[in-house]
Design a protein around this ligand. Structure first.
Ligand SMILES: Cc1cc2nc3c(=O)[nH]c(=O)nc-3n(C[C@H](O)[C@H](O)[C@H](O)COP(=O)(O)O)c2cc1C
Length: 357
């Protein structure tokens, strides 16, 4: 992106926050340090005789009625400023080229300031992909109803709506919205009223099976666990804050959350039928394959796509091609022809059980 332009006209607080987030995620040390994504515990059993032709391995899949050429989702990130628009456009072009799913960043600012809608509107660049709008579920306690959610879907021409749950982030954010009372009922109303699937995600602290059950009972159609192990939003907000208290608070909770692998394993085991997105700290196609084997249907990445999008389209292409090659290599070296076969296999084991082989 060359020179970054951080000041564009008069920005609302929400817009300023969006550019701050991008900058901090790229420039500061805000990845989980002590807590990992949980995948380090697992290894695949190598198959030295796959009896497959590498060229015929199929890594495509379907999710919420759309075909994806590989099981990858660009996780919800941004919108609302000129920088965000460029990032969104680059991501949309890549998502269309490689037929990946894509979440757009929180659309709250579109309702506050409709003239910025264009910074989110990327459907013309990616007509065929699974495109998901996004808003904080907590906004349902701050004046947003199913009508605003429907408007968002229509403006963005999205295939579904992601409601994100971010209680820890809101605690640390200086201007955080911390009234999470009665949200479950309100999420149920959104599911009832919207003509598209509603997905609930976290932002990097994870969703437990217990909460997944409550959400499923209210009608949500998919879960994105967005677990611990990658970008730490406690740290991002700590970096942003002018308040000493909030900065310290963020540091205390820098490693808070359920590792992504643990969320996926638990939810997939208890509720195998719920469409499941794994995300949070996923940094390679080997990670992606492990999560598929643990029961995820598709896998999301935020930070790696942000970093690549800030560099160039070529960097984005290289990222997707490497991820795809890594997934395909796992399938080949475990003797699985396609994703379905990997998901049904028992080729992923806990590393400490290796000696039993
Ligand atoms: C710059 C940036 C902005 C983000 N904005 C949103 C957002 O608007 N809505 C949301 O649900 N998640 C948002 N996220 C969180 C990601 O979707 C993801 O859940 C989280 O960063 C963990 O994934 P990662 O470890 O791959 O980065 C954002 C992430 C980044 C890096």
């Amino acid at each position: 992106m060359g020179d970054r332009v951080w000041e564009i006209g008069k920005l609302t607080d929400t817009q300023t926050r969006k550019d701050d987030h991008i900058k901090i995620c790229l420039d500061e040390k805000v990845q989980f340090k002590e807590v990992k994504n949980g995948l380090e515990k697992y290894i695949f059993i190598h198959n030295c005789l796959p009896e497959l032709d590498y060229e015929n391995i199929n890594i495509s899949t379907n999710f919420l009625g759309k075909k994806l050429n590989s099981p990858l989702l660009i996780s919800s990130m941004t919108g609302g400023t000129e920088n965000a628009q460029i990032i969104n456009q680059r991501l949309a072009i890549i998502a269309q080229k490689y037929r990946l799913g894509m979440g757009i960043g929180s659309g709250r600012v579109i309702i506050e300031k409709p003239e910025v809608a264009k910074t989110f509107q990327i459907r013309s660049l990616c007509p065929d992909i699974l495109l998901l709008a996004n808003i904080g579920a907590v906004q349902l306690n701050y004046g947003y109803t199913w009508r605003e959610c429907l408007k968002l879907i229509e403006i963005l021409e999205a295939d579904g709506l992601i409601l994100h749950l971010n209680p820890l982030q809101e605690c640390i954010q200086s201007e955080g919205d911390t009234n999470f009372k009665d949200l479950l009922v309100k999420i149920g109303v959104i599911c009832e009223k919207l003509p598209v699937p509603v997905i609930v995600k976290e932002v990097g602290n994870g969703i437990s099976a217990k909460i997944a059950k409550k959400l499923m009972e209210r009608g949500i159609q998919a879960i994105d666990v967005a677990g611990a192990g990658g970008t730490s939003w406690a740290m991002v907000e700590s970096e942003r804050s002018d308040s000493k208290l909030k900065r310290e608070l963020g540091k205390t909770f820098a490693n808070w959350g359920i590792p992504t692998a643990d969320c996926v394993k638990d939810i997939a085991k208890k509720y195998p039928d719920i469409p499941l997105i794994a995300s949070g700290g996923i940094r390679s196609g080997l990670d992606v394959a492990k999560l598929l084997a643990l029961g995820a249907d598709i896998v999301g990445l935020a930070y790696p796509f942000l970093k690549a999008a800030m560099t160039s389209m070529e960097t984005l292409e290289e990222l997707v091609e490497l991820l795809n090659a890594e997934i395909q290599t796992v399938l080949f070296c475990t003797g699985n022809q396609d994703i379905n076969s990997l998901q049904k296999s028992d080729d992923l084991i806990i590393n400490s059980e290796r000696s039993l082989l």
